[in-house]
Structure formats: C-alpha cells, structure tokens
Design a protein around this ligand. Structure first.
Ligand code: KG4
Ligand code: ZN
Length: 345
C-alpha cells in the first residue's frame, strides 16, 4: 500500500511516499530556516507564503524519487494540527485537491502522532529479535512546540501522562541560544557548544513541576538563565558561554529523563521511544541510553533525519489509520492549531 504524506505544520515543507507503513521510498524536506533565521524564530506569514511557493515542487519530487505517479497511490495523509494554521492550510488544501482529483482516501494526521510513529520507520523489523517495534510503549515527544509524555497502549490508543505547562523544551533551547547570541535554531548549537562546557558549573532549577504530576515547566529554567546573565553580565569568553549552555542543557534534560522513567515505572512497560527535534540532542541520547541499559529498558529513537519535521512519519500514521479503517471525513477535515492527541475511534 502506497501513501503520500504531506507536512506543513511549521517551517518545513515536506512530502514523502511510504510503502506499507514502515518503508520510506522518498523523503523530501524543504526547510525555511534561512528565511526565519534573521528574525530569531518562525514568522507565520512568511512560513505560509513559502509553503505555497514550494509545495507543488516538493510533492512532485517525492513522487518522482519514489518512482510512482499520483494514479498509483492508495491514500493521502496530511498533518492537520497542531501547528500554525496558515501553514497547515497549505498542506491540507493540496492534499484535498489531490485526493479529490484522484479519488483517493484522505487521512488527517496529528503531528505529535507523527513524531511517535517516526520510530517505526527505523524498525521495519528488528534484526536481532525478528519482531517489529510494537506497542505498548512510553513515548517522549520533544520538539520546538511540544514536550509530551504519552503511553501508547496500541496503535491509535493514547494516554497523555505529562506535558509542558508553558514553553516547549525545544523552544527553551531556542530562547536560551538567542539570549546567549548563539544563533537560530538554538538546539543544535547548544548541543554542540555544551560538549566543551562544564554542566555542573551553574545549578539551574530542574524543568519539572514540584507536585506529583509528570508535567514539565521550562519557563522557570529559562528565567533562571535570563537572571543569571543579568546578574553576571553576558560573558565574552567562550568557556563561560559553554558552561552556561551545558548547565542549562543538563537541567532541561534531567527533568525529561526523571519524568520519563517515572512514567515507565507507573505503566510497567519495558519499551521507550523518543521523537521530535530535541531527540537528536547528543547529551539526551547518552543519558537515556545509560539509564535504559541500567533499567533493562528497550530504547528506540528515530534516525537524525526523522527526528525533525518530515512527511515520512505522516505517511506512516496514514497507513495505520487506513489499515484500522479510521474515519476519514473529507469535507470536515480542518486545520486545527491546538489539535489534541486523541485515540482513534
Ligand atoms: O520537531 P521539530 O523539527 O519541529 C517541531 O515540531 O517543533 O523540532 C525543532 C526543535 C527546535 O526547537 C530545535 O532547536 C530543536 O528541535 N533541536 C534540538 C536539536 N536539534 C533540533 N534541540 C536540542 N538539541 C539538538 N541537537
Ligand atoms: Zn515537529
């Protein structure tokens, strides 16, 4: 079964052809980072206009790289939220037009689900155990817009265990990088310079709630970094900048690890999957690997190219939703900025 995935929820215009849910035949991503860099963040109007200019070309490329035509497809999957509405609408309008013209089923996909399912692409089958990555598992989705801890009981059966009460973790990386004049997007830069820094240099507060919920809070940590810089003045020596970056990164990631392993204990599962742009962070991967090994947990994360936004993960969810005959209301499918992660009916 061939599904064309389309993703335009933020600043990446992406299309992909996915075969039988887990085989990626093409992965075309047109990034707008260069456009938004000078503003230090995504400008929604510019994002939407760029998606409109690029989308047809990106879709054509995805089909031609996969070696298929519209007529050979079995379905179209498109992100319909959460995200920037004006950006989501470009992908959705295109997907609807293609579905209508070629009489194909149209499947709306939640972007967070996409990040979770991106793990299936790396594990079409597990060489060592002859079995696929299968639910149930705990998923931690960490990106520029989300920090969600989800129990995935089965395909399309979700329980949200924790989320951020304010900023997303990737957003806090981007804001701290801006504060330290490091550039945009901040995550990969902080990751890089933190390698030279002393993560114990400054004791920043951990980014989780003090109650017994599994929620996160990254704005307090960000404010602590702002106050530190205010009180000590922005250092000029690269070593001091690296120490601030590394100390911030440690505090952000420690909270993610602690809450995630509490969730694992609570749900008594032995599998953990990571997803989203921040899942490419090298410190995060190391810490999770060590902790998983110690606790006998199977740890999965997507290849780097599938951590950040892409359409392969959208095609993957589309396949499973078709396979499970999830409702496909063509006309009522709308772009929703705050679309919640909901179980399939
Ligand atoms: O998943 P994604 O491409 O888009 C959203 O759905 O938001 O994630 C982008 C976010 C940005 O905030 C970026 O700074 C962060 O992921 N990011 C990283 C790293 N690579 C990307 N954060 C920390 N370390 C990284 N290596
Ligand atoms: Zn994303």
């Amino acid at each position: 079964m061939l599904v064309l995935g389309i993703e335009t929820s933020c600043d990446e215009t992406a299309a992909s052809v996915v075969e039988d849910g887990r085989r990626m035949l093409s992965n075309v991503v047109s990034s707008q980072i260069d456009i938004h860099r000078k503003y230090g963040g995504v400008v929604p109007e510019l994002a939407s206009r760029k998606h409109l200019e690029t989308i047809n070309f990106v879709i054509e490329q995805a089909l031609s790289q996969a070696g298929y035509s519209f007529k050979e497809l079995d379905g179209i999957a498109v992100t319909n939220g959460p995200g920037l509405v004006a950006s989501l609408l470009i992908g959705l309008a295109n997907a609807k037009a293609i579905a209508y013209a070629f009489e194909l089923p149209l499947i709306g996909v939640n972007h967070i689900e996409g990040h979770i399912f991106s793990n299936f692409l790396k594990h079409p089958e597990n060489k060592f155990k002859t079995e696929k990555l299968l639910p149930p598992f705990i998923a931690l989705v960490v990106s520029g817009g989300h920090s969600d801890l989800v129990f995935v009981e089965d395909y399309g059966k979700y329980e949200l265990l924790g989320r951020t009460r304010d900023d997303a973790v990737g957003e806090s990386f981007d804001k701290v990088a801006k504060l330290l004049h490091l550039g945009y997007p901040g995550g990969p830069i902080i990751d890089e310079i933190s390698r030279k820094g002393n993560a114990e240099a400054i004791k920043f507060p951990l980014a989780h709630m003090k109650d017994d919920s599994l929620d996160f809070s990254f704005s307090g940590l960000k404010t602590a970094v702002v106050n530190f810089v205010k009180n000590h003045k922005l250092p000029t020596e690269p070593q001091s900048i690296a120490d601030i970056a590394a100390s911030f990164q440690r505090a952000a990631i420690k909270a993610l690890v602690e809450n995630t392993f509490c969730a694992i204990e609570e749900k008594r599962t032995k599998k953990l999957v990571l997803g989203g742009g921040v899942a490419s962070n090298s410190h995060l991967r190391n810490i999770f690997k060590n902790r998983a090994e110690k606790n006998g947990i199977e740890l999965y994360y997507p290849p780097l190219a599938l951590c950040t936004d892409n359409a392969v993960m959208i095609g993957c969810v589309g396949y499973y939703k078709m396979d499970y005959s999830v409702d496909r209301p063509f006309k009522s499918l709308e772009a929703e900025a705050n679309l919640e992660l909901e179980s399939w009916n």
